[in-house]
Design a protein around this ligand. Structure first.
Ligand code: SAH
Ligand code: SF4
Ligand code: F3S
Length: 462
């Protein structure tokens, strides 16, 4: 096993915050996280840094000395939720003026000035590339006199990878591992390149070291994360090399990844996926639209035909591949006829899962210059149409699985029945199976006997 570069527990005492008392108890932190897995992973990095500085964590904002909110602004609804949280924080601050309130994540990055100007009770605003500064900012804030203006740290740094920090793992067999940060694709609807800056890949050795550490803590299932994992590049190695290296680590039972961009999917990657049994036959490949004019307006540089060709190649290389996607309806100027192309594409591909969204105009994006001209009622109708269609397809795809022999990785007790285990097939379908002496993290052979809703009921096979 490689040795970890830095294990937080081994950091010198000097790194601890001066706010830690003589019994070793530091201020209590309550953190709430919104948004994608990247934000979840960032919150784990922040927890690790703060724990290392002596901070403790608590489950309620009322008990906390520090309240941190990690925000998302991918759609207006996410931003409204984040700003709604800010309103709640104002009463927390009134209840205890010494409590430090910090806003982090994508809204903090994109709306830094507005947050401080219109929410004077916010003490700290920190963007996704500046979390390393958080312990110092907190210290500074604890000793600033009341009424001092809030502190802002939102420089987007090309080099920041948090590569030497081991994110705090919360137990369980699955862990997220960020391998690439930022995004250079600039899809015209998307705010992420503005909130997370330029694309940069982590060195492969440190990714592998982090995973070895996770395996030593009982993790078996690794989800490699990034806005576009398939753009990964490090010293001549590409994403296929990275995926293979992870799959070959002892103790890793499954590897998955998200998200992929259709322009970066290579035959080499598909070949690697099909050739290694630990790499799950699951591909999340957002299409966004099935119409070529809309794809071009979205700055997605592929056509419907090219996308369908990738799908058929992927299915050829990876037998039994499960597919999921993201789709936006009601992009500016999308006609009924163009929307129908998306419906037909869904029917043609037959995804196992689809995440469907109504277009939401975002600040700082190219599409924000267009008029958001599709009425809300039309967006809702198009969305409902896709949801209904996808539910039917997903049910049919699932029904085809009944009777199949497969393997599941046991994740924990079934939520509604302690006598059953809950796990997933390699293509990520949820399964429950009666408990019979197995342990969490075991990979067991099962037969999928029946389907209840979207969950399979299985029996153990030997
Ligand atoms: N990097 C990933 C996902 C980013 S965000 C990718 O390229 O696919 C997840 C999804 O949110 C996107 O795939 C898109 O479908 C959706 N999304 C992004 N911006 C949006 C917007 N302005 N309105 C509605 N949906 C949006
Ligand atoms: Fe956004 Fe496009 Fe980048 Fe995905 S690839 S994060 S949708 S800009
Ligand atoms: Fe949201 Fe930022 Fe992720 S906008 S989806 S938290 S990258």
């Amino acid at each position: 096993m490689h040795e970890l570069v830095t294990l937080q527990a081994n950091l010198p005492e000097a790194a601890r915050s001066p706010l830690v008392d003589s019994d070793g108890n530091g201020p209590r932190v309550y953190m709430r996280t919104y948004g994608c897995q990247m934000n979840v992973s960032d919150s784990q990095t922040i927890e690790s840094m703060l724990a290392d500085s002596g901070y403790r964590f608590c489950d309620s904002p009322e008990d906390a000395d520090v309240v941190l909110v990690n925000t998302c602004m991918i759609r207006e609804s996410a931003e409204v939720r984040a700003l709604g949280q800010l309103a709640n924080l104002s009463s927390l601050k009134k209840g205890n003026p010494g409590r430090v309130i910090g806003i982090m994540g994508c809204v903090a990055q994109a709306k830094r000035k507005e947050i401080l100007d219109s929410h004077p009770y916010v003490d700290i605003v920190v963007g996704p590339d500046s979390y390393r500064r958080l312990p110092l900012l907190l210290e500074e804030r604890f000793i600033s006199p009341p009424g001092t203006p809030g502190l802002l740290e939102t420089t987007l740094m090309r080099e920041e990878l948090y590569d030497d920090i081991v994110p705090r793992h919360h137990g369980g067999v699955t862990a997220f591992v960020t391998i690439i940060r930022g995004c250079d694709k600039f899809c015209s609807f998307c705010v992420v390149p503005r909130t997370r800056g330029r694309e940069r890949s982590r060195p492969l050795p440190s990714i592998l070291r982090e995973i070895e550490h996770l395996v030593s803590q009982g993790v078996r299932d690794i989800m490699l994360l990034g806005q576009n994992v398939d753009s990964y590049r490090w010293q001549g190695r590409d994403f296929a090399d990275c995926l293979l290296a992870v799959a070959e680590l002892p103790g890793v039972v499954r590897v998955r990844y998200m998200t992929s961009h259709p322009t970066d999917i290579s035959d080499k990657l598909l070949q690697v996926m099909g050739s290694h049994e630990k790499i799950c036959p699951y591909l999340h490949l957002p299409v966004q639209s099935g119409n070529n004019r809309i794809l071009s307006e979205m700055n997605r540089p592929y056509t419907r035909e090219r996308y369908l060709d990738i799908i058929s190649r992927a299915r050829r290389y990876v037998p039994g591949l499960a597919l999921s996607t993201d789709i936006i309806v009601g992009f500016p100027t999308e006609s009924e006829h163009e929307f129908e192309d998306t419906v037909r594409l869904m029917e043609e591909v037959r995804y196992d899962t689809a995440f469907t969204f109504k277009y939401s105009e975002r600040p700082l994006t190219k599409a924000a210059k267009l008029t958001d001209d599709i009425p809300e009622a039309v967006k809702v109708a198009r969305l409902e149409r896709l949801i209904d269609l996808q539910q039917r397809i997903a049910r049919e795809q699932n029904e085809k699985q009944v009777g199949k022999l497969t393997e599941i990785l046991i994740e924990g007790p079934a939520p509604k029945d302690d006598m059953m285990w809950s796990g997933r097939t390699p293509d990520f379908r949820p399964v429950v199976v009666p408990r019979n002496g197995e342990c969490i993290g075991d990979l067991i052979k099962v037969r999928l006997d029946a389907l209840v809703g979207f969950t399979f009921v299985a029996s153990r096979q030997h």
